[in-house]
Ligand binder design. Structure first.
Ligand code: TYC
Length: 102
């Protein structure tokens, strides 16, 4: 802690750690059946991407198997995952969306 002189003669400064909320990555997983256009639509609808951005990121997932589609607070990440999973299920596509702590 502060010891401006003190026992050691070494001066240190107290710098309180600013507390930030933990962040969560939302991940989209590739599969063989969900249509590319459906994934593009999901990224536009739930992640506010332009069509071009969404198409580009869909191709990353398609080629690499997985990609981070956004980073959010726990509550927002949880909501995005639930929205995507529900939308995919309603359309009978096997698309998987998960989250993990950053
Ligand atoms: N691989 C799928 C296809 O060829 C497209 C796809 C892309 C599916 C991204 C899921 O998260 C995904 N139709």
């Amino acid at each position: 802690g502060d010891d401006p002189e003190g026992e050691t003669g070494v001066i240190t400064k107290t710098r309180p750690k600013t507390q930030r909320p933990p962040l969560y990555k939302v991940l989209l997983l590739n599969d063989d059946y969900t249509p590319m256009e459906f994934v593009v639509h999901v990224l536009e609808r739930f992640f506010g991407m332009s069509h071009a951005q969404a198409f580009e990121l869909m191709l990353v997932v398609h080629k690499k198997g997985v990609a981070v589609v956004g980073v959010f607070s726990f509550e927002v990440a949880e909501t995005k995952v639930a929205q995507v999973m529900d939308f995919a299920r309603r359309h009978q596509h096997p698309l998987q969306c998960t989250m993990e702590r950053e």
